[in-house]
Design a protein around this ligand. Structure first.
Ligand code: PAF
Length: 288
């Protein structure tokens, strides 16, 4: 597997691949790779002949008091994992390479609607940062396919909307959240949890499952369900950012007529932000 850090080299390497008629898949990441990322590489491999991963901790999507500096950077280990996962090319640019004119005047892509609630409300500017860097990566790699995890469900909807609204010629594919045995959603941020916090963290998914089961059994008082769950999580030591039952399509608060629901949660354990979600398909009484 080749690792490239310059845009010029990347474009040259991919021009050859494209010319030989191969389908290209892109898996954009911020590194510190775990099984969830590697599952995306595997999925990408099933849909394409040539798999590109990118590792770039994108400053544009971090707010001023967020964890940009603390975000784990583990390039060497990541390279080994990607190599073992049969990835063809890693693009790992520097901040200067991605934003040569600096970030101040950088053109930003704002996806309205789906960007605005949940993490968008809690982290102003976050999704403009994500949409901008993903748009740049799509322009650089020009993939046929790009793969994202459903753990970042809102991010996935933002990117799907971006692709649709700007007619970008890329197919978005996704994978359900990959979890540890105790249910905790895999995340690069989990490594920052203390041993005690790591014991508490799986309660988040347990709580989402309880809510999903109640809805499947017919509970339709969504605000009461959320209130009870928030109290339960607060007592367990979580500091709630949001917990909402939404329409999975547009992430607006769910009405009782909605069949495809998303229960989305964002919490802190000390200064570590954990997000998770469960999708519910009421027509077939199924959640994941
Ligand atoms: O999900 C992530 O790791 C990032 O938000 C992404 C999509 C790579 C954009 O920086």
């Amino acid at each position: 597997m080749k690792t490239l850090s310059s845009v010029t080299e990347l474009r040259a390497a991919l021009a050859d691949v494209r010319q030989s008629g191969q389908r290209i898949a892109l898996v954009p990441t911020m590194g510190n790779l775990h099984e969830g990322h590697l599952a995306l590489i595997e999925l990408a491999r099933k849909h394409a002949d040539f798999v590109v991963a990118s590792i770039f901790v994108n400053p544009l999507q971090f707010g001023v008091n967020e964890d940009l500096e603390r975000y784990p950077r583990t390039l060497q280990q990541d390279q080994q994992k990607l190599q073992a996962a049969n990835c063809d090319l890693l693009f790992a640019p520097s901040v200067c390479e991605m934003y040569p004119q600096g970030m101040q005047g950088q053109t930003r892509v704002c996806v309205s609607g789906v960007s605005e609630r949940l993490c968008g409300a809690a982290r102003p500017g976050h999704f403009a940062g994500v949409a901008t860097v993903v748009c740049k990566l799509f322009n650089l790699v020009q993939p046929d396919i790009a793969a994202f995890g459903r753990k970042d469900y809102q991010q996935l909807r933002v990117i799907e909307t971006l692709v649709q609204d700007l007619n970008l010629p890329v197919q978005i594919i996704s994978l359900p959240t990959v979890r540890d045995n105790d249910g905790l959603a895999l995340s690069s941020r989990n490594g920052g949890l203390t041993a005690e916090q790591r014991q508490t963290a799986p309660a988040l998914y347990q709580c989402l499952k309880q809510m999903a089961e109640a809805i499947i059994l017919g509970e339709r008082d969504y605000s009461k369900l959320c209130e009870n769950a928030k109290n339960q999580l607060s007592q367990q030591g979580f500091r709630l950012d949001y917990l909402e039952i939404c329409a999975a399509s547009n992430l607006e608060p769910a009405t009782t007529n909605e069949h495809h629901l998303l229960i989305a949660v964002a919490t802190f354990l000390d200064n570590i932000r954990l997000i998770d979600n469960i999708e519910i398909l009421l027509s077939v009484k199924f959640y994941r």
